[in-house]
Design a protein around this ligand. Structure first.
Ligand code: DUC
Ligand code: ZN
Ligand code: ZN
Length: 468
């Protein structure tokens, strides 16, 4: 067979195997894995490189309205460009339902934001904020059939949070339709109470974002979400887990026989609450929820990645500009932490941080890296085996990694819309030097190629592997 492209002399890495092979690509798919493939229009020399599935980041916020004049720093154009720079070929972003809005209307809005603008493939999780009988009983079943097979619910944020009866109704609809529910676990009432107490004590600096959202508020909500899922008898994903106590809740639920997936994120490995405690409002750069914790929590999250508490390593990319009246330092945010928008940029830095801090420092083997950053996302969110692996018939979404490339992170190289990265100056070993999306190179040596082409497509998805 003559191939469109052959990647030669690389080391192919999947979630299960590491082997020397050339990769033959035809019509955007992997068509051969063998030694000595030479007959192709384009030969890419991957000597000394790892040939891995492109990253799949299943937790990314793009172009979401935040109210109060706050504007998210990335739309689907800049956010997916940044994703590609960081070695990702697919992102799963959120489609946020406004109160009173139908899910179909919300999807229309988000498709208009995304369609034709994406540099990598994209799919949407629904965010359900208004779980009416019509939304759960009429809309959701049809949307799951149409390939919108996952949704997120919040236990925090007035206006977004669901109460327990609403959570139960949503979980029950998920059970009936085969949708997979992601849960943001923090106890809103406890957080409100603590914000009130901080206000009485005159505590308004960014660092108090962390002390009003303690581990106990996350642990309690995690326990409650897991218990409600047990009662309904449905699998769930606990997203952005920050600490050992929430991890223990996941472990215990699994011991009871529940099907649970766990997710953690880079901020819980390399940031701590001390990063919020800096002069001149600098700490606002690190405000996200749940907040980064302490060194012991970082160690716990590393263990969770190694030992399988976590199935997913995602960015929770939720970017706001720092020095901007529409961002972190809006007028109210300068005076009170509760008005600093929650979230940090990270779609481009997720993979390099885990590769450098995990694989290169000997904490994770490289197959587990692939599982945590690509394969498990594809399986859990219904994209496998089209995405998330290098196998005959799979999309040729391939990242070439140079384990010897040293990079010091700067904001400018990440090409996102935020004016900072929380990881400025971090030394990284190992970098995704080239990225192919369905067989076409879209990033080479840190630069986008054919940037105007915006080759990303929308992906309808199957049901989750956990739901079968
Ligand atoms: N939850 C997220 O998942 N992302 C950003 C903010 C938040 O609270
Ligand atoms: Zn969340
Ligand atoms: Zn998020």
């Amino acid at each position: 067979m003559r191939f469109d492209t052959v990647i030669r002399h690389g080391t192919v890495v999947t979630a299960s195997d590491t082997f020397l092979a050339d990769v033959g690509i035809k019509d955007g798919k992997v068509a051969a894995l063998a030694l000595g493939l030479t007959d192709a229009d384009e030969i890419i020399d991957a000597t000394g490189l790892f040939v891995m599935p492109g990253g799949i980041d299943s937790h990314v916020h793009l172009d979401q309205p935040s109210g109060d004049g706050i504007v998210m720093a990335d739309d689907f154009d800049s956010g997916t460009r940044s994703a590609a720079i960081g070695g990702n070929s697919t992102v799963l972003a959120f489609c946020m339902q406004e109160k009173g809005q139908s899910l179909r209307e919300a999807l229309k809005v988000y498709h208009a934001k995304a369609d034709g603008k994406c540099h990598v493939d994209v799919s949407f999780h629904l965010v359900i904020t208004d779980p009416t009988a019509e939304v759960l009983g009429q809309e959701l079943p049809a949307l799951v059939e149409d390939g919108y097979t996952s949704l997120k619910i919040f236990m925090t944020y007035e206006g977004l949070r669901l109460r327990d009866d609403e959570i139960l109704a949503t979980l029950d609809a998920a059970r009936r339709t085969g949708a997979l529910v992601m849960v943001h676990c923090e106890n809103e009432d406890a957080i409100r109470y603590l914000i009130g107490r901080h206000e009485e004590e005159g505590k308004f600096a960014p660092k108090f974002h962390a002390t009003t959202r303690p581990v106990a508020a996350e642990r309690e909500a995690t326990h409650r979400a897991l218990s409600l899922a047990e009662i309904v008898d449905v699998p769930i994903v606990i997203v952005h887990v920050s600490n050992r106590e929430a991890m223990e809740e996941i472990r215990r639920a699994r011991e009871r026989g529940q099907k649970i997936a766990g997710e953690t994120c880079p901020q819980y490995l390399v940031l701590t609450a001390d990063d919020l405690d800096q002069d001149a409002l600098e700490g606002a750069k690190y405000v996200c929820s749940p907040p980064p914790r302490d060194k012991a929590s970082q160690d716990a999250c590393w263990q969770g990645l190694e030992q399988g508490v976590f199935d997913l390593f995602s960015s929770d990319h939720c970017p706001f500009r720092f020095d901007d009246p529409q961002g972190k330092l809006n007028e109210k945010g300068k005076r009170h932490f509760r008005w600093i928008p929650n979230g940090i940029p990270g779609v481009a830095t997720r993979l390099p941080i885990l590769f450098s801090e995990g694989v290169m420092k000997g904490r994770l083997d490289i197959n587990r890296f692939v599982a945590l950053t690509s394969t498990n996302h594809a399986k859990l969110y219904g994209l496998y085996p089209r995405k998330g692996t290098i196998a005959i018939g799979a999309d040729a979404d391939i990242a070439l990694w140079d384990p010897n490339r040293s990079v010091t992170l700067t904001n400018a190289m990440l090409k996102h819309g935020a004016d900072y990265t929380p990881y400025e100056g971090l030394d990284i070993r190992g970098w995704p030097v080239r990225l192919l999306l369905r067989g076409k190179t879209i990033v080479n040596d840190g630069r986008t190629v054919g940037d105007a082409d915006r080759r990303g497509s929308y992906l309808a998805r199957q049901r989750s592997s956990m739901v079968q």
